[in-house]
Write a protein that binds this ligand. Structure first.
Ligand SMILES: Nc1nc2c(ncn2[C@@H]2O[C@H](COP(=O)(O)OP(=O)(O)OP(=O)(O)O)[C@@H](O)[C@H]2O)c(=O)[nH]1
Length: 421
């Protein structure tokens, strides 16, 4: 039976003791054989003419790093939330973090958490999206005061929805549904909001998916990309907390070699989450670091390797080419790697996020999204337009700066928060 099932690590089981690191694989990032006394990263450095870099284990990096103000200690002894997740049949039922699933055949039926929903994060989401929802509901109420639903009001409503970043397709869905239900009749703001929430939920439901981990890869490689400041590093820390909290062995690699602070920030997250850390010195070749991190994580039998990258604007061709190189180099070690290419989107951004997804998807093969900062004054409408157009899975949403402020993306919650119902 076991032969038919991919070798998959069970969340929640005991973390295996660290193993002795075997001698590094003797080939370079381009797959060429190299002298046995040189790591691939040294080879990469030689090619670029840089000094060979040393990959520093976490304990060798400076200890004088201060945690960011926003960092909160995880509550001691607090159990990891029980999650909806698929489990390998013959494995012992593990405690799994919400929002993740294994790449197993058919997912098991979702289990509902027994406890009442955590209103704190949901209230933050609603508050974050209140700018979008209150502007919309005010305008919609004004539009339908003492007016029946006709072509003009439908056109005006469509414009309002498009202005809220929801996208033409979703705007037309909403007006179409409203028209078939109430054409020629009085319409209240509540009618519109209810129909809007239902239609947005239909658009979002197919993309609200758990992040699937295929642990037969060991490690499952997650590359995190996105524009500067969209929350990559913070999100990596939150993901690592969920995964290591569930007993998985996690390695974090600091592929943002441009900013010393970014390397230090990731190291802090590694320490806080009990993850292994792989970093290099400032200015080193990011693709070389990614390659060596993959080799090291594989040698240490990490379950998940998460690679941070430097933030970059999507129109910076040179930096985007570097990202392409990271992807290419990882594929030398495993043609399917990186197995997940996650893009973070800042919810305060609006329309530009659509362009970000288009370009990062083309260059780096983005295959999943996380929207961050939905607790601020967010403009979440664009996620609906992106879902309608790109149909990329949305795994989580960021609702704060703390370690636990990452929630599985729920289509209904998000739709109701935008519609203000
Ligand atoms: N309010 C809020 N702030 C967030 C969230 N996620 C990240 N941040 C904050 O956003 C800022 C940028 O986050 P980083 O994780 O450094 O973003 P980054 O994409 O790694 O940044 P670069 O390395 O410059 O590209 C930090 O102050 C984070 O604390 C979130 O969900 N909510």
């Amino acid at each position: 039976m076991a032969g038919f099932i991919k070798r998959i690590f069970s969340f929640g089981k005991e973390r295996p003791a660290d193993e002795e690191k075997p001698a590094p694989e003797v080939k370079d990032a381009a797959g060429e054989p190299v002298a046995e006394d040189k790591t691939a990263f040294e080879q990469a450095s030689e090619r670029t003419g840089d000094e060979p870099e040393t990959i520093l284990p976490a304990e060798d990096l400076p200890e004088t790093i201060e945690a960011p103000e926003s960092a909160e200690e995880p509550p001691a002894g607090e159990p990891v939330e029980a999650p909806p997740i698929a489990i390998a049949p013959e494995e012992e039922a593990p405690a799994l973090p919400a929002g993740f699933a294994l790449t197993e055949d058919e997912p098991e039926e979702e289990t509902q958490p027994e406890e009442a929903p955590q209103l704190s994060w949901f209230q933050r989401l609603r508050a974050g999206l209140s700018r979008t929802s209150s502007q919309l509901t005010q305008k919609i109420s004004a539009l339908f005061t003492k007016r029946k639903l006709d072509e003009d009001t439908l056109d005006e409503l469509e414009d309002l929805l498009i202005q809220s970043d929801l996208g033409v397709e979703t705007a037309m869905r909403v007006t179409g549904a409203l028209s078939s239900e109430r054409y020629g009749k009085d319409v209240s703001g509540e009618d519109v909001a209810r129909i809007m929430a239902a239609e947005i939920e239909k658009v979002l439901t197919p993309v609200a998916q758990p992040l699937k981990l295929d642990l037969s890869h060991k490690p499952h490689v997650v590359l995190v990309v996105g524009v500067n400041g969209t929350g990559k590093t913070t999100t990596i820390g939150k993901l690592a907390a969920k995964l290591s909290g569930a007993g998985l062995k996690v390695t974090l690699a600091a592929g943002d070699t441009f900013r010393a602070a970014a390397i230090e920030q990731l190291k802090i997250w590694a320490e806080r989450t009990g993850s292994d850390f792989i970093g290099t010195k400032l200015g080193a070749d990011a693709a070389g670091l990614a390659y060596d991190a993959f080799e090291q994580a594989r040698a240490k039998k990490s379950d998940v390797l998460i690679i941070d990258t430097a933030g970059r604007l999507q129109n910076k061709t040179e930096l985007m080419a570097e990202l392409e190189k990271i992807v290419r180099v990882l594929a030398k070690l495993d043609p399917e790697a990186p197995h997940t290419v996650l893009q973070t989107l800042d919810a305060t951004t609006g329309q530009n996020a659509m362009n970000q997804v288009e370009i990062f998807r083309n260059v780096a093969g983005v295959n999943g999204l996380i929207m961050t900062k939905l607790d601020g004054t967010a403009r979440g409408g664009i996620l609906v337009a992106i879902a309608a157009k790109h149909k990329l899975p949305v795994y989580f949403i960021g609702v704060g700066e703390g370690i636990d402020d990452l929630e599985p993306f729920e289509a209904g919650d998000f739709a109701r928060a935008i519609a203000g119902v």
